[in-house]
Design a protein around this ligand. Structure first.
Ligand SMILES: [Zn+2]
Length: 305
């Protein structure tokens, strides 16, 4: 439909406001189409036109106004009220560790450290396994946030050097190195545990004596298997039959009995949903920033060539 046809049709309904809005909308879409064409030449493709069309039209029709209110209600219902208990703190790709997080660590041997509050239960668990002839080793424990940040920044830098824009360099790096602050190992409550007969961190770990023992008994000492098979949508992490998390005796028992993930147990929404919402927010923010950002971005990518 052309701009004139659309105007005429709406004028007939007597809705002057709608005329102005649609006119503006088409102007915007037209301008952004032009912009997109220019940017595609420069290698930047960030505008999603159907979204622009849908959302801006939605603001001016009664039908979708009602839908929006319902959406808002739904959003409120979905809002997370996470527990504040130290042992239930949630760290995942959509819940980074608080910047001021402090933890008192205790050495557990071979350079590994754990939150001092989980120390006794951890020792008891390893001892109990040992007494049944099962030898469990720690391959990863507390991880320093600074180290992770260095590692990540270096990766981003290397992508920028290869000619990626900063935004896409970050995206690429995040797939290879965990984004600083989103690894549960920063808490000092997560441990990667392997069995003496097989020490690799892969799915075969689930066939070991150590894993079988831990599956049966870790909850008795306050630990849970944090990333179970088939729960990646919720946890944001692949199946890891070696990564255990301390949540305390009561929660470990309830989580194990119910078969819930930690996300579900504390009432957080699935990581996949959170990531999709973040992506949407970023797109909206980019649209709102509009021309300035795009002009800047395309200048940057041109100078990289
Ligand atoms: Zn781990």
């Amino acid at each position: 439909m052309t701009r004139r046809q659309k105007k005429r049709m709406l004028a007939l309904t007597g809705s002057l406001t709608a005329v102005i809005c649609v006119g503006m909308l088409i102007g915007t879409v037209y301008a952004q189409t032009m912009e997109q064409e220019q940017q595609e030449e420069g290698g930047v493709q960030e505008i999603v036109l159907p979204d622009v069309l849908e959302e801006e039209t939605a603001e001016h029709t009664e039908e979708t106004l009602t839908e929006e209110t319902e959406e808002e209600k739904e959003k409120e219902e979905q809002e997370e009220h996470l527990p504040e208990d130290w042992n239930l703190i949630l760290v995942n790709r959509t819940h980074p560790i608080p910047e001021d997080y402090e933890v008192e660590l205790k050495n557990i041997g071979s350079g590994h450290q754990i939150d001092a509050r989980a120390y006794d239960d951890f020792r008891a668990m390893i001892q109990a396994a040992k007494s049944e002839g099962v030898y469990i080793y720690v391959t990863s424990s507390y991880r320093d946030l600074d180290k992770q940040t260095d590692l990540y920044n270096k990766k981003v830098e290397s992508y920028v050097m290869q000619g990626y824009s900063y935004e896409s360099a970050k995206e690429q790096a995040g797939q290879v190195v965990a984004v600083p602050g989103t690894s549960e190992h920063h808490l000092g409550l997560a441990l990667d545990l392997v069995s003496s007969e097989y020490r690799k961190l892969d799915e075969k770990q689930e066939n070991t004596k150590g894993f079988k023992w831990l599956t049966e008994h870790s909850w008795e000492y306050g630990f849970i298997l944090r990333y179970p098979n088939g729960e990646t949508d919720i946890t944001g992490i692949i199946y890891e039959p070696w990564h255990f998390r301390y949540v305390g005796l009561e929660a470990a028992k309830e989580i194990t009995e119910s078969g819930l993930t930690l996300e579900e147990y504390v009432g957080a929404r699935p990581v996949s949903e959170g990531l999709a919402a973040l992506e949407e927010q970023e797109q909206t923010a980019r649209r709102q920033q509009g021309e300035n950002l795009y002009t800047k971005d395309s200048t940057e990518s041109t100078s990289d060539r």
